[in-house]
Write a protein that binds this ligand. Structure first.
Ligand code: SF4
Length: 340
């Protein structure tokens, strides 16, 4: 067995081996201070996904998963929303706030799940069966959301699927792994779109067995975008926000984290006394999402300074895509027993 060095693994939570050069401390300080000053001037809120680089997380008003970020976007009174995540997340914020300026550090930060499900192909499938009820994971384009009955996140997918009408044929898009996990949890049969997260499917049964052998006392918490072969080795399968909760409550002092390594920064802040071990992959050091890591502190600064790039969507899409997102937020807010 190739032993994996814990120090090297832990570094992966703090810096990207693919895209990032660390900023000199004085530049980091100056940029962070400027960002906060521009934020006050614009009356802006900075929302950041758990997978963002540490220096972005550190200047954000809120760091969380897709569900938390949607809830924050729906509730904010700020005039400008600066969204540090990927494109579909900024779209969701715009759909919930059509009159507000929504800025994003890099307009090209996409997502393999979003790419896997083009709206025209989804429409063609829907046309084959008028009884389909389409549940779309939030990791999809605004055009796909506009074709869907309800949206879900990994944090509320079980609740949303449980609340789906019993007399309809359920179609789950675009993540086949999340969809399969939700079927296991709910017992509801669904047709699954064949899409996946390229970063989460890099974790394999073999790579997880190796790390578990190396740290036999450490529980594994994995994201439901992982394959079943990985999920079956996990002590807990949940969204990134629930991972934070799991790690806070777990008596374990070492925990293996089966998701994108950006979450490690948040976990270290929340639980400084614990050691988090990013789960390795088989072939590379790529337990990070190249799309999420396209955002940098410099790009965040520049997009706020120039108020560009901003997110624009056609009126018809804005209007139609809002309905399934609002339905998700409404079901999500129901007490568990009334979710059905
Ligand atoms: S981690 Fe996967 S699902 Fe999330 S943005 Fe990256 S490619 Fe998409």
């Amino acid at each position: 067995m190739n032993m994996i060095d814990l120090n090297e693994l832990q570094l992966r939570g703090e810096k990207s081996f693919v895209t990032r050069r660390p900023l000199p401390p004085e530049k980091l300080d100056a940029l962070s201070r400027n960002i906060l000053a521009i934020k006050r001037k614009l009356n802006a809120v900075i929302l950041a996904h758990n997978y963002q680089v540490p220096e972005i997380q550190d200047v954000a008003d809120y760091v969380g998963d897709s569900l938390g970020l949607s809830q924050q976007a729906a509730a904010t009174s700020a005039e400008v929303i600066v969204f540090c995540g990927v494109h579909f997340m900024a779209e969701t914020a715009k759909i919930l706030n059509p009159k507000k300026l929504v800025l994003l550090p890099d307009k090209d930060a996409g997502c393999s799940l979003e790419e896997s499900c083009p709206a025209d192909k989804l429409k063609a499938l829907q046309d084959t069966n008028p009884n389909l009820y389409t549940i779309a994971y939030i990791n999809c384009s605004a055009a796909v959301k506009a074709l869907s009955d309800v949206i879900c996140t990994s944090g509320n997918a079980v609740k949303i699927v449980n609340a789906a009408p019993r007399d309809r044929d359920l179609l789950f898009v675009p993540d086949e792994n999340l969809g399969a996990w939700v079927m296991e949890q709910t017992g509801r049969k669904m047709t699954l779109w064949r899409g996946n997260c390229y970063a989460h499917v890099e974790f394999t049964h073999a790579s997880i067995v190796r790390i578990r052998d190396q740290f036999p006392g450490a529980p594994l918490v994995a994201h439901p975008e992982c394959t079943r072969a990985v999920r079956m080795l996990a002590d807990e399968v949940c969204s990134t926000e629930k991972m934070v909760e799991y790690c806070r409550k777990s008596p374990a002092t070492q925990i293996i984290i089966g998701t994108e390594s950006g979450i490690i920064h948040r976990l270290r802040r929340e639980c400084p006394e614990k050691t988090f071990i990013p789960a390795p992959t088989d072939n590379c050091r790529c337990n990070e999402c190249r799309f999420m890591k396209m955002n940098t502190l410099e790009k965040l600064h520049d997009c706020m300074l120039n108020q560009f790039p901003s997110l624009e969507l056609p009126e018809a899409i804005l209007k139609r895509a809002r309905l399934p997102i609002e339905r998700m937020l409404e079901i999500s807010a129901r007490p568990i027993e009334n979710a059905g």
